[in-house]
Design a protein around this ligand. Structure first.
Ligand code: ADP
Ligand code: SF4
Ligand code: MG
Length: 363
């Protein structure tokens, strides 16, 4: 799905985040001059292997880390490195869902208490009965019976807990939700259900998502646009269909090649692409200079490490940080035809009225 570009709701510009590594070593740059934006009603995914800086990016936008440089604007207003009080006021606009619902659902509190908590904290003058009604409504919307409000997180399956965490994130009707590996801990069959739920909720309320995942198949399923991160730097960004089906950057190809597919021929093509990408090249970067992917890139040349490739516009809203974008062999499209396993055929949730059940065995 492709939506027309509009003024960005969230705009991240040259964001840089560093971690101290003690006195003897220079700080680690976990996010390196990252720029990206999310428009109203849009889903933009950040994808990359473990350690590429995705969570650091998300938690800096959420105000959990200080940034070394850059800017994060919500509706044009700077939200980076703001005070705790200013952050609290953002609660109604910006919410998050994490991989482990236990991080947002206190195991010692009923789910009714946890889901209602942002509403209570917002102190918007609602009565106890109104808060209970709103909590029941949002739980129904994610497929959990309001009667489940008095139960504890441990009484629900992993998929149900993630739906409850989504309900908690959505109760204030935020404009944007940051989902950091929100479906990664779920069984593949449940992943597609939760992704479909997020999409349905987006269609209802126009919510935007900054969606973070290491899994290209998940990203392809849900995104309008995709940003590919490697060692804190943007390697490629563009429309999801372009990036996931016609990857321009060798690192994006490697990520796609790591997604398992049932088709034997496609699997063979991927195996070759994977083995190419796992062969160490003789080109090493010198510190921060040069393409960080060069040591693993089957197309690396001396010029790749002589200077850092700039993120260059190649048309169609796509930007790629590779000096060889125009002269490496085109990726074979068929070998990148990934699908989320459980999404074929797409398991859709029942209509909202019929969905008020919390007896779904695994999700
Ligand atoms: N609290 C921390 N202190 C020091 N280094 C960290 C910390 N959190 C993450 N890192 C490092 O920053 C880099 C990016 O990590 P992270 O943002 O968690 O990546 P991802 O979410 O893509 O797996 C990694 O090299 C990781 O080891
Ligand atoms: S710049 Fe060179 S090393 Fe880096 S991805 Fe492109 S071809 Fe590979
Ligand atoms: Mg992470």
């Amino acid at each position: 799905m492709t939506k027309p570009a509009s003024d960005p709701l969230l705009e991240i510009t040259d964001l840089t985040v560093r971690y101290s590594q003690g006195l003897r070593r220079p700080p680690l740059t976990a996010v390196d001059r990252v720029s990206m934006s999310v428009a109203a009603g849009e889903t933009v995914s950040v994808v990359g292997e473990s350690g590429s800086g995705k969570t650091t990016l998300a938690s800096t936008v959420l105000g959990l880390h200080r940034a070394a440089a850059g800017s994060v604007r919500l509706h044009g207003a700077e939200i980076l490195n703001t005070s705790a009080r200013q952050r609290k006021a953002l609660g109604a606009s910006l919410q998050a869902v994490f991989q482990d619902p236990f991080s947002s659902l206190d195991p010692s509190r009923t789910i009714g208490m946890s889901v209602a908590e942002p509403l209570r904290a917002a102190r918007n003058g609602l009565s106890a009965a109104e808060i209970r009604d709103r909590t029941g409504q949002i739980l129904s919307r994610v497929g959990i019976q309001p009667a489940g409000m008095s139960k504890y997180p441990a009484e629900f399956s992993g998929g149900q807990r993630q739906r409850i965490a989504i309900a908690r994130a959505l109760i204030l009707e935020p404009e944007i939700v940051i989902c950091d590996e929100a479906v990664s801990a779920l069984d593949v069959s449940i992943q597609a259900q939760v992704l479909n739920l997020l999409e349905e909720l987006q269609q209802d309320a126009g919510t935007s998502y900054l969606f973070i995942s290491h899994n290209m198949a998940v990203v392809r399923h849900i995104s309008d646009r995709v940003v590919v991160l490697y060692r804190g730097r943007v390697m490629e960004q563009g429309l999801a269909a372009d990036v996931c089906e016609r990857p321009a950057h060798p690192y994006t190809r490697a990520l796609l090649a790591s997604v398992p597919v049932p088709d034997v021929n496609a699997q063979q093509a991927r195996r070759i692409a994977r083995s190419e990408a796992s062969t160490l090249s003789k080109f090493a970067t010198r510190g921060d200079v040069g393409c960080q992917f060069a040591p693993r890139c089957p197309f690396a040349q001396e010029r790749c490490v002589a200077e850092t490739p700039a993120l260059t516009d190649i048309g169609g809203g796509r930007r790629v940080a590779c000096v060889r974008t125009r002269d490496i062999p085109a990726a074979e499209e068929a070998s990148f035809a990934i699908r989320l396993q459980a999404a074929t055929p797409s398991p859709s949730l029942p209509a909202p009225a019929a969905r008020q059940t919390n007896d779904i065995a695994t999700g």
